[in-house]
Design a protein around this ligand. Structure first.
Ligand code: HDE
Length: 717
């Protein structure tokens, strides 16, 4: 039996779930039993079909209408149910009930997504990831609609359609799919210096996550928390994955897209099925209202972070994803998030991006889900009871009894009645605003590059190189040379070395500097030079939290290790290593020279999970080749096995080889070195029976990648 959480039981009570039909007769949607589901009604067995075949008509009509519009952004996603548990009471800062006491549990549904690709596109696109969480709180639903990057491309919602039109496939031929690597996006980005900061994040390993379970989440905007005395605290929200933040490398990403385009979806699904529940801690950066202007950037600007070195992230609870959806469409596809779904104790700031989102999400649900009753779809239904005078509309589910659907009334004794604030009624923060109605951007938003530089400077050597390579790839796909140069010109403002590295790869001289930015939103009576990009002095020079390598969590939990075997594999070698890895919480898959059964050297039998042709090294975090004379003999004759190992080396992954497996070294591009040198590079090679092989291998896996190993570029795989 699958575990059920509170929300699930509640939904079952509402009889929205049906089992898989076992033991029941086939019926129409009207409940009429069907006695032939194979043939249409026709005039004779060779004649025309009849319009009166209501069974065919109903089946086909339903089928014809099975698709709803995919999300205009974030169409490709994967969901999971879970629970959030507060570590401590945050009542001092917010009256939000789900944060009110330690141990308080709230059911959640999360949807992770890519942004650009269509619904059927690859999970491994270089892109921002969505990380949207619906908390079914006792005070109503709260949606934290976050991304895996803490900053956004644009500062004003007015530019969102432009951004999305530029990054989606080009409209004349609808190419390329699920990538920013084309002219229109970089044309736009190179004219929008405010996007520079997020580009640094996307070009880093964060743009190609190893797993949805290994990404951070960020609310991006500054929000307000309000306590029961009306006191405001400005907050930025963070999700921190317990397994740490990890990416893949670009060569891997491209190959995974071919071998398993569902890689992230599968990874999430399988982890939950195995009981390896993904966990994320919720963190908050808090700034007292009086300190709003103490920063050298504007807290309302969604292209800025508050460096963790300046305001630490306080961890306040944990979310555990413990149940896969029962039905993808009903739950993951129909879930409707909205940053405007907030609960008492939380409020908006005037971030112009957030303000625009507050309109867009409801509007998009009306289109996608077909009307104003989308809150009645089970996955969107709050646990908190709802009573109001809203009625009717497409697909209304609720059957409201009584005569009154208005307020005030006497016929229903004045109910439903307004809640008082002391009874938990939602009240907006009373903010005083005294200003002219204008279309303008605040001057305080014009520092476009300082935090991009902070991000770049906080990366390690390997991470910087990854960013240079990523820009080189993306801009290398741009056909128009002016766009390439304009973009690199902009990057000279981030770091000279970065711009030079990319220029070298693209084959031109590094531009002297940026082109003059297009002036947007400058009030008519202002001096445009006041709106030139600024570079403000930064308090923090390096923020280790921005680097994945500097904030590594050394664990092998849930890491997937591939064992390469042929007939006659040494059983002891295989079983010992498997036991050691499983004990540390890793996942082991046996990859055989063929599928099915293998006879071990001692005459026992074991089954392969995958074969060399159904798997690829890019689908694993590390590889082990167990001992076994015959097994190694077979692997030597399989080019694919050698590609596996060469590729794993090229992608900086740990490798272990035992006994006869060492004979493979002579055939591998990296093999021609001493055991000590290899070990320093995360390749552990030992005679059979050494007791520390497993320990050395698990230690290497916990380090994840050996970024600085030698000879990687020479490997042709
Ligand atoms: Fe979204 N965004 N967005 N966005 N967004 C949507 O809503 C929009 C932004 C985010 O898994 C859409 O239901 C505007 C920032 C996620 O269902 C749409 C602006 C952040 C998801 C929309 C932004 C996000 C969406 C498309 C700029 C991070 C997927 C379908 C003003 C804080 C939610 C839908 C899911 C989805 C509009 C910018 C996160 C069109 C106008 C910043 C995670 O309404």
């Amino acid at each position: 039996m699958k575990k059920k959480n509170e929300k699930n039981e509640k939904l079952d009570q509402l009889s929205q779930h049906t089992e898989d039909g076992r033991g029941h007769k086939l019926t129409t949607n009207q409940g009429v039993p069907i006695n032939d589901n194979q043939h249409t009604l026709s005039v004779g067995d060779r004649g025309p079909s009849l319009l009166e075949d209501i069974i065919f008509q109903e089946k086909m009509t339903h089928f014809d209408h099975e698709r709803i519009p995919e999300r205009v952004v974030h169409p490709r996603g994967s969901g999971a149910h879970g629970v959030f548990e507060a570590y401590e009471s945050m009542a001092k800062y917010t009256k939000a009930d789900f944060l009110s006491k330690a141990g308080k549990k709230t059911p959640v549904f999360v949807r992770f997504s890519t942004v650009v690709g269509f619904r059927g596109s690859s999970d491994l696109a270089r892109d921002v990831r969505g990380f949207a969480t619906k908390f079914y709180t006792d005070q109503g639903n709260y949606d934290l609609v976050a991304n895996n990057m803490p900053v956004f491309f644009i500062q004003d919602a007015m530019k969102f359609p432009d951004l999305v039109h530029s990054i989606k496939p080009e409209p004349h031929h609808e190419m390329p799919q699920a990538t920013a690597a084309h002219d229109t996006f970089w044309d736009f980005a190179s004219l929008m210096p405010e996007s520079t900061h997020v580009l640094m994040w996307i070009m880093s390993g964060r743009g190609i996550p190893r797993s949805y379970r290994m990404m951070e989440g960020f609310g991006v905007h500054t929000f307000k928390w309000i306590n029961d005395k009306g006191k405001v605290t400005l907050v930025k929200l963070h999700w921190k994955p317990v397994l740490g933040v990890h990416g893949v490398v670009w060569d891997e990403a491209q190959k995974i897209s071919g071998m398993d385009p569902d890689f992230h979806r599968r990874d999430l699904w399988e982890a939950i099925e195995k009981g390896q529940y993904p966990e994320f801690e919720l963190g908050v950066q808090m700034v007292a209202e009086k300190d709003e202007h103490k920063f050298n950037f504007d807290l309302l600007d969604p292209t800025k972070i508050i460096p963790e070195e300046e305001v630490p992230v306080k961890i306040i609870g944990k979310m555990t994803l413990n149940r896969n959806p029962d039905n993808f469409f009903a739950e993951t596809e129909q879930v409707a998030f909205h940053p405007g779904h907030i609960v008492p104790g939380i409020d908006f700031t005037n971030d112009p991006l957030l303000q625009g989102r507050l309109f867009s999400y409801i509007d998009t649900q009306l289109k996608r889900l077909g009307g104003p009753n989308f809150h009645e779809i089970p996955i969107n239904r709050p646990i908190a009871p709802q009573h109001n005078n809203q009625r009717e509309g497409h697909m209304r589910q609720q059957i409201n009894r009584g005569r009154t659907a208005y307020d005030p009334n006497t016929l229903a004794d004045g109910y439903p009645a307004q809640a008082k604030e002391k009874d938990g009624g939602f009240t907006s923060h009373t903010e005083k605003i005294d200003a002219h109605k204008v279309r303008a951007r605040s001057k305080s938003f014009t520092d476009y590059f300082s935090q991009a530089t902070l991000f770049y400077n906080s990366q390690t050597k390997a991470e910087k190189q990854q960013i240079i390579d990523a820009f080189s790839f993306e801009l290398g796909k741009v056909e128009n040379e002016d766009i390439r140069k304009r973009m690199v010109g902009q990057l000279t403002q981030v770091d000279k070395g970065l711009a030079e590295g990319i220029s070298k790869n693209l084959g031109f001289k590094t531009p002297a500097g940026p082109q003059k930015p297009v002036q947007r939103g400058v009030p008519a009576d202002a001096n445009p030079s006041d709106y030139e990009p600024l570079k403000k002095k930064q308090k923090v020079k390096i923020d280790p939290a921005l680097s994945m390598e500097r904030s590594l969590k050394k664990t092998v939990k849930t890491r997937k290790i591939g064992f390469l075997i042929g007939e006659g594999v040494d059983e002891e070698s295989l079983l010992k290593m498997r036991a050691a890895l499983l004990a540390e919480g890793a996942v082991v898959e046996i990859i055989g020279t063929h599928l099915g059964e293998f006879e071990t050297a001692s005459g026992k039998h074991l089954k392969a999970d995958k074969s060399l042709s159904t798997a690829g090294s890019v689908l694993y975090d590390a590889l082990f080749v167990p001992a076994g004379k015959r097994s190694i003999q077979q692997l030597k004759g399989q080019g694919k096995a050698l590609v596996f190992l060469n590729e794993a080396y090229k992608h900086y992954k740990p490798i272990a080889m035992e006994g006869e497996a060492r004979e493979l070294l002579g055939m591998l591009h990296f093999g021609n070195r001493s055991t000590t040198e290899l070990e320093e590079d995360g390749v552990i090679v030992q005679e059979k029976g050494h007791s520390d092989l497993a320990l050395k291998f698990t230690t290497a896996i916990a380090q994840h990648r050996f970024w600085y190993r030698t000879g990687v570029d020479e490997i042709p795989a």
